[in-house]
Write a protein that binds this ligand. Structure first.
Ligand SMILES: [Zn+2]
Ligand SMILES: [Zn+2]
Length: 382
């Protein structure tokens, strides 16, 4: 059968403007659309014909060639024709089909073109790993080995998902578009192709090791460098150590969330440490020196002034925590807790009674307190 003239196919005069061509094409394409002509076998052929005609005439270069040479411009051997003529093959028809849809329904369906369904590769998810470290480890920094349950690229198929390294093939249901269309009432709607899940390609013989996913579950062993000064809530990102990508997509990242355990001796406030230190009653009264533990595992000697009270705080410069990613170091604050002696011998009791008797005669602070109390009681009576 001889090819019909393209202008005739679209029902316009030779020399019609681009606008007229477009309008004619839209009308014809809607009319002949396969979704509306399920029981008209001729419609599909005509639809193809209309597409072919418009595909040529909407392109200035092709149109010029057609106007000069007619169909001969696109026949094999003439060298003039992109796409070299007929859309006889299935594959070519599929791409023509997609062009039509972009033209007709692209804006209508709220997508700015792009046939969809080509995104086979998928980035792997980011993963979170909670890691508990001691305060000492946060002080020094530490190298930790962790086991991360994650998915890794399949060794057998190297991530392709196909047995024996075979390439995936175009999905026959959607012809590689990843989407299928269906008429619903007035509208033509698109749905993700269920055979290929929108990938546009399927794997004929899935890899037996990974079931065609291209990745598999595995415990991954990682060595993590925990820097000095981490705190609860510090995040450490290990780029590319998250879940493996799907079908050759990039890996996600792994985020280590740090939790610093409570310490028996030290409480932390940012870079500063706090420690409550017991001191004996005689030392507090007479003054002296005490030893306090430090976070580096050593000790520091601290002078207790005579007459120190419970709750007295003293600051030890640079004995706190290192700041994260900085050379600053915090302080350690110690708070004295004067201990009341217990389990006394009779000799100790005797001495304390004697001490008490002497204190009544010589303790200005206490006597001023008691005179205030006496004044308070007298005031209540009056
Ligand atoms: Zn595999
Ligand atoms: Zn499909």
């Amino acid at each position: 059968m001889a090819k019909r003239d393209y202008y005739e196919v679209l029902g316009v005069k030779k020399g019609a403007s681009a606008e007229e061509l477009k309008k004619a094409y839209r009308t014809k394409a809607k009319e002949l659309h396969p979704d509306r002509n399920a029981d008209n076998p001729q419609a599909e052929a005509q639809f193809k014909e209309v597409n072919e005609a418009y595909d040529c005439l909407k392109d200035d270069q092709k149109k010029a060639a057609y106007d000069r040479f007619g169909h001969a411009a696109f026949e094999n051997g003439m060298g003039g024709g992109p796409r070299s003529g007929a859309y006889g093959q299935q594959g070519d028809f599929a791409s023509a089909f997609s062009d039509v849809f972009e033209d007709l329904f692209g804006d209508f369906m709220g997508r700015g073109g792009g046939g969809g369904g080509r995104s086979r590769a998928q980035r792997g998810s980011d993963l979170r790993y909670n890691l508990r470290v001691s305060l000492e480890e946060a002080y020094t920094g530490v190298q930790k080995t962790i086991q991360v349950p994650t998915s890794v690229t399949c060794d057998t198929c190297h991530g392709s998902g196909a047995e024996g390294g075979a390439e995936p093939v175009t999905c026959p249901t959607c012809n590689g578009m990843g989407k299928v269309r269906a008429q619903q009432g007035f509208f033509t709607i698109e749905r993700t192709c269920h055979q290929c899940n929108g990938m546009g390609q399927i794997i004929k013989n899935p890899c037996r090791t990974c079931g065609g996913q291209g990745r598999m579950q595995k415990e991954k062993q990682l060595s993590v460098n925990i820097p000095q000064g981490v705190e609860t809530g510090t995040r450490i990102r290990l780029a590319g150590e998250g879940e493996a990508g799907l079908r050759g997509g990039p890996n996600g990242d792994l985020y280590i969330f740090i939790e610093v355990k409570e310490h028996a001796l030290f409480q932390r406030d940012g870079v500063h440490l706090f420690c409550r230190v017991p001191v004996s009653m005689p030392t507090a009264a007479l003054g002296g020196e005490i030893e306090v533990p430090t976070i580096d595992g050593g000790k520091a000697r601290v002078k207790v002034p005579a007459g120190a009270q419970s709750g007295k705080q003293m600051r030890l410069r640079m004995k706190g925590m290192p700041a994260l990613r900085s050379s600053n170091t915090g302080d350690m604050v110690i708070e004295l807790a004067v201990e009341t002696p217990v389990n006394l011998t009779s000799r100790q009791r005797e001495l304390l009674r004697e001490f008490e008797k002497l204190s009544e005669e010589n303790n200005p602070e206490s006597s001023s307190f008691f005179s205030k109390v006496k004044g308070f009681w007298d005031g209540m009576k009056g």
